[in-house]
Design a binder for this molecule. Structure first.
Ligand code: ZN
Length: 438
């Protein structure tokens, strides 16, 4: 990219982004019900002012998604999509020090539900788009800002709707989304590490159902539906599953080792040990199973006829759900325990051998001296799955540096983003986009 091109005034851009984010956080797009039209109308007003064309797509008029594109000359290929979602999860206001929809700017932070997940990133993306328009920067590919509804509740009204009804919108070369972010400290070592999420574990939500013979609690018998279910759960929890470090997990630990953060090179043994100490690492290494609900019975003295439980299973990236189900049935070892699939999504990893990944590396090297870049695995899942399923390289990269104290706030209480991080995020995202589109 040419060095003589105009650059944004970062301080002014940060001020503007903080003001916009504060307003954006005040819009109640808590999902359910979402009401993402509030976000779309607000974004549309800003884009109108800037003269940037956009389109909205809605399965439900109250829940549109918005796509804005700055056209490039196409010489570098198809679009880079800056993906974000406009809905947020509910908040327990009683546990917050500031009201969750206040968007208050205090103590060098912007506070509110969605500051991290992911209205903050949405504003970084919006500002980078606007900066391109205002500065008239040349683009060798389209730059697309995609603000979708309903990510937090599965995407039926957002990305899945676009995928099914408007696949032309999904068609692109690269996607940047949430899923990975930077940390000022990793495994107790203070050193900036930017996680670029290249893969997500595959959710496989299951329901176990047992049926038995109802009866009086004073006369126990062997065909108690609830006891059958409990036996199944005990067997599942006792299932010893060996760690299965995927190549992506190996690459993550290798990057940390190369940076001097982990003393030894990754081996099956060291990873097992780390898994024992860190639940998140353990989840990265295994097909994880959490029992999340159980339902049975009506009275203390009535043997129930039916019992149900749900399992939140997260498969390591690329693991075949059918294979897992066969293994699970073997462990339960009881044909009268019915295993139903509620939701399943398995997506391949994105390769790190791409122009976009190298662009991120260069942008980080230029902006944040001494920082480490590590490809990472997310234990959760995002809208990235729709793009990865189509083979489009998609990275989770919110380009900011979180302190250890910041990490529990996403989906938790007192969610916030520091003004310093807004500044850093703008520079890193702008630089990354210039590397790929300029
Ligand atoms: Zn999110």
């Amino acid at each position: 990219m040419a060095e003589h091109q105009p650059r944004p005034d970062w301080a002014a851009m940060t001020d503007e982004a903080v003001g916009l984010l504060a307003d954006y956080l005040r819009l109640d797009t808590i999902n359910p019900p979402g009401n993402e039209y509030l976000a779309c109308e607000w974004l549309a007003r800003i884009l109108d002012t800037e003269g940037i064309p956009y389109q909205t797509y809605a399965r439900d008029p109250a829940r549109p998604s918005l796509v804005a594109t700055l056209r490039g000359d196409g010489s570098a290929g198809r679009a880079l999509v800056l993906l974000n979602h406009t809905d947020v999860v509910p908040a327990e206001a009683d546990h917050w020090s500031r009201p969750p929809l206040s968007g208050v700017v205090e103590d060098d932070y912007v506070w509110g539900r969605g500051a991290m997940d992911m209205k903050g990133m949405g504003i970084l993306e919006l500002m980078v788009l606007i900066a391109h328009r205002r500065l008239g920067l040349p683009l060798r590919r389209d730059l697309t800002f995609m603000a979708v509804a309903d990510e937090e509740a599965g995407g039926a009204y957002g990305i899945d709707f676009l995928d099914r009804e408007h696949p032309e919108v999904i068609d692109c070369d690269f996607v940047l989304n949430e899923g990975g972010t930077g940390a000022a400290e990793v495994f107790g070592v203070r050193r900036p590490v930017f996680h670029v999420c290249v893969a997500e574990k595959g959710p496989l939500w299951l329901r176990l159902v047992t049926k038995g013979t109802p009866g009086h609690g004073s006369v126990p018998h062997d065909d108690n539906a609830l006891e059958r279910l409990v036996r199944a759960i005990i067997r599942i929890k006792g299932w010893d599953r060996p760690p299965m470090p995927s190549p992506e997990v190996f690459a993550y630990f290798e990057a940390l080792h190369a940076a001097g953060i982990l003393p030894g090179p990754p081996s099956a043994q060291t990873m097992r040990t780390m898994g024992r100490d860190h639940p998140r690492v353990q989840s990265m290494l295994t097909n994880s199973i959490a029992v999340t609900t159980i339902n049975a019975g009506v009275r203390p003295n009535v043997i129930p006829a039916q019992a149900e439980a749900t399992l939140d299973v997260r498969l390591v990236a690329g693991y075949d759900p059918e294979r897992f189900l066969a293994e699970l049935r073997g462990v339960i070892d009881d044909p009268r325990v019915e295993v139903q699939t509620i939701f399943s999504s398995s997506t391949p990893a994105s390769s790190t051998n791409t122009e976009l990944y190298r662009a991120i590396e260069r942008a980080v090297a230029a902006t944040c001296k001494g920082a480490v870049i590590a490809p990472s695995i997310s234990t959760g899942f995002t809208d990235s799955r729709v793009f990865r399923r189509r083979g489009i390289p998609t990275y989770g990269f919110i380009p900011i540096l979180l302190e250890p104290d910041d990490s529990g706030r996403t989906h938790g209480n007192d969610e916030r983003i520091s003004i310093e991080n807004v500044n850093l995020g703008l520079q890193l995202l702008f630089q990354t986009v210039r590397e790929v589109c300029g």
